[in-house]
Design a protein around this ligand. Structure first.
Ligand SMILES: [Zn+2]
Length: 140
C-alpha cells in the first residue's frame, strides 16, 4: 500500500475529494476530482487540468504491458462476479434496465448495467468495454 503524503492542514474549507488517476485526454496521471463514487473501480472522476470526465483509471495505467483489452475484461469479470446468479435479460431497444441488471446483447454478449443515464440511455460494461445503449424506446 502506498500512503499518500498528507497535505498541510488548511482551515479554510474541507478539501474536495480528489485522487490521482490516469487522464484519458491528457494521457498522463493527473489529479482528479471524484464526481461519483460507487466503488473503487467504477468511480467517475473529473480531470482538474482539462476538465474531462471519465471513469477512474488507475494512475499506473500507461505503465506495464499495454493490454487494455485484458484490463477491460478483468473489470467486466469483477463486475459480473457477484451477479452471476442473476437472470440474464435479453437486450432490446425497448427494454427498461436498472443498475446491476445483467443483460445479454446479441453482439457484445453479457453486460452489466452500471449506470442509468436517462429513461432512454444506459451505460453497460461488456467484456470488450463500456457501451452506451438505448433503452425504453418504443417498439416499431
Ligand atoms: Zn486531463
Amino acid at each position: 500500500m502506498i500512503t499518500r503524503p498528507t497535505i498541510a492542514r488548511t482551515v479554510t474549507r474541507a478539501p474536495a475529494k480528489e485522487l490521482l488517476a490516469f487522464c484519458k485526454k491528457c494521457k498522463v496521471p493527473r489529479s482528479h476530482l471524484i464526481v461519483t463514487l460507487k466503488s473503487e473501480k467504477s468511480s467517475r472522476v473529473q480531470c482538474k487540468i482539462c476538465g474531462g470526465e471519465h471513469r477512474f483509471v488507475s494512475p499506473d495505467f500507461p505503465k506495464g504491458p499495454a493490454r487494455p483489452k485484458q484490463k477491460k475484461e478483468a473489470f467486466w469479470e469483477e463486475l459480473l462476479k457477484p451477479l452471476t446468479a442473476k437472470i440474464k435479460i435479453p437486450y432490446t431497444l425497448s427494454g427498461r434496465y436498472r443498475g446491476n441488471d445483467v443483460i445479454e446483447h446479441p453482439t457484445f454478449g453479457v453486460g452489466i448495467v452500471t449506470q442509468v443515464l436517462s429513461r432512454e440511455k444506459v451505460l453497460v460494461v461488456f467484456k470488450e468495454g463500456e457501451k452506451l445503449l438505448a433503452s425504453g424506446r418504443p417498439t416499431l
